[in-house]
Design a protein around this ligand. Structure first.
Ligand SMILES: Cc1ncc(COP(=O)(O)O)c(C=O)c1O
Length: 508
């Protein structure tokens, strides 16, 4: 049993940076002659703003203090984060150094290709590496996350069938209850009807259920494997063949690639397209929809419809080319290329043997955790009748514990934070497993960290038995206690920008 460390977050009543602003206050004053330049005469009229931007006016120490306080209020990746389905691995500092170099950080995407050769080469070489990992023929990095890559697939699917004159007929996209919600959501956003197959006894939908819904209306199958419970559907090749038989396309959501890296290739299983999440599997910081990248890859046939521009190697160097029959942009330029550079660095350093070893370690770590976690009274595993080993993660349930104590998985999650543990992942909606929790160790957390995580959980479960109120009212040592989520459905009660905050609070 580890010696539990007491964690207490710093609590600052920190104002917003806009509220710190005082007219005329400056971080640093540029030396003459820059300071003396009159923008009205120094810049061409067309690039001049009509009004000064509403920026906070703050001195350098104010800025430093502000961000120090904010950083003290977050545990970030310094707490142990076994956050399943997101493969929260350590983000190597060398990646930050690579992407922070002047030759990368100071580039502008509107520069001429001849001045972007190093970056375009990195994009092209990384594309080749992902082709090697998946068997696909071409990758793009424009999508800003996994869900966005799934959306890209639905747009490509639409263009593909429109070209064949079948779009009116092929209205259906099939997925399963265990797919990530972004699969049905993006299918629906692209105008398709969604068919969701139920999960059966073994933890996945049956081939018969799939065959029962296949028809000449089928546009695509969108599926992950292993799924977010760590369960691998061994009949996946038959699924893909069956969908192809009726003329549909197959998309492999590779969010859970960590346990199978270098062990299987989407194209060899017959898939037409797949996506990798650079912000999960490839060691890049997580940031849903923001600085993330959902690398979308597909067969030569579907590449016709990829969002452009595409990067190509020519005899005269690397160039960006429009894709004339492509679906148009799904995001600006080539996407979050600083993240691509980090992932390129990560994959190059790992090498083919390295990623296979990492996959093996992540499966081993998960199986180790599973054995220890199932020894805890009140913890069970989802779909226990599915006896084959889970891969990189396992979905557990606290249903029995909740029945015994009234303490829920969310209560336990809240209390673990008081011991320096980042909140664990429960389950995507809808919960098909009661009181779920889904830890994932990946390959980067040490045995000591994994043991510590389990020891904290064991301790909190016992606390819930001896002092239920302590756990039910947790967290006690965080920046904020339990949040009242009741206002989240009312957009008038929250704001994501300063301008909206002022308008909604009547101060604008
Ligand atoms: C299986 C699966 N697909 C897609 C996604 C969406 O990824 P992102 O958060 O990058 O949009 C997730 C996220 O957890 C996932 O687990």
């Amino acid at each position: 049993m580890s010696e539990l460390r007491n964690y207490h977050a710093a609590v600052w009543d920190e104002p917003l940076v806009m509220e710190l602003s005082a007219p005329g206050r400056r971080g640093n004053v540029p030396p003459a002659p820059i300071a003396e330049l009159d923008p009205a005469t120094a810049l061409p009229g067309a690039v001049l703003r009509q009004a000064a931007p509403a920026l906070p006016e703050v001195a350098e120490p104010d800025v430093l203090r502000h961000f120090l306080h904010l950083s003290q209020e977050t545990m970030g990746m310094v707490g142990i984060s076994l956050f399943g389905t997101c493969t929260m691995k350590y983000n190597p500092r060398v990646g930050e150094q690579l992407s922070g170099r002047d030759g990368m950080a100071e580039l502008h995407p509107d520069q001429d290709d001849s001045t972007l050769q190093g970056l375009l080469e990195a994009v092209h070489r990384f594309d080749l590496m992902l082709r090697g990992l998946s068997g696909m023929d071409r990758f793009v990095f424009q999508p800003g996350g996994g869900a966005h890559a799934a959306y890209t697939h639905t747009a490509v699917t639409r263009a593909y069938f429109a070209d064949r004159g079948e779009l009116e007929q092929r209205r259906e996209i099939i997925t399963t209850a265990q797919a990530h919600p972004c699969n049905p959501a993006t299918a629906s956003a692209a105008g398709f009807d969604v068919i969701t197959l139920p999960v059966e006894e073994d933890g996945y939908a049956s081939l018969d259920a799939l065959k029962a819904v296949l028809s000449d209306r089928t546009a695509a199958l969108m599926i992950n494997n292993p799924d977010d419970m760590g369960i691998y559907n061994p009949h996946i090749k038959e699924w893909v063949d069956a969908v192809h038989e009726v003329g549909g396309l197959c998309f492999y959501d590779h969010a859970n690639f960590n346990g199978v890296m270098g062990r299987l290739r989407a194209r060899e299983l017959g898939f037409d397209a797949c996506m990798f999440m650079l912000h999960k599997t490839f060691g890049v910081a997580k940031g849903g929809g923001g600085p993330a990248v959902g690398a979308y890859g597909c067969s030569e046939e579907l590449a016709t419809y990829l969002p452009g521009p595409l990067v190509e190697a020519t005899e005269d160097g690397y160039v960006r080319r429009e894709n004339p029959r492509g679906v148009g942009r799904v995001r600006e330029y080539l996407g979050n290329l600083n993240q691509v550079v980090k992932a390129f660095g990560w994959l190059t350093a790992m090498g083919a043997d390295g990623i296979r070893e990492a996959a093996d370690i992540s499966v081993l770590a998960n199986n180790y955790m599973e054995v220890r976690l199932l020894e805890l009274k009140g913890v069970t595993k989802a779909f226990p009748q599915m006896t084959k080993r889970r891969l990189e993660m396992t979905r557990f349930s606290l249903e029995e514990y909740t029945a015994e104590t009234g303490i829920t998985a969310v209560d336990v999650q809240n209390r673990m934070g008081d011991y320096g543990i980042d909140a664990f992942w429960l389950s995507h909606e809808p919960w098909i497993v009661p009181e779920p929790f889904t830890p994932e160790a990946g390959e980067t957390w040490s045995l000591e960290d994994i043991d510590y995580w389990i020891d904290v959980l064991a301790h909190v479960l016992e606390e819930g038995r001896s002092d239920p109120e302590l756990v039910r009212t947790a967290p006690h040592q965080q920046v904020v206690g339990q949040l009242d989520g009741s206002s989240l459905d009312d957009p008038e009660k929250w704001a994501t920008t300063w301008r909206a905050h002022r308008r909604k609070s009547g101060r604008g």
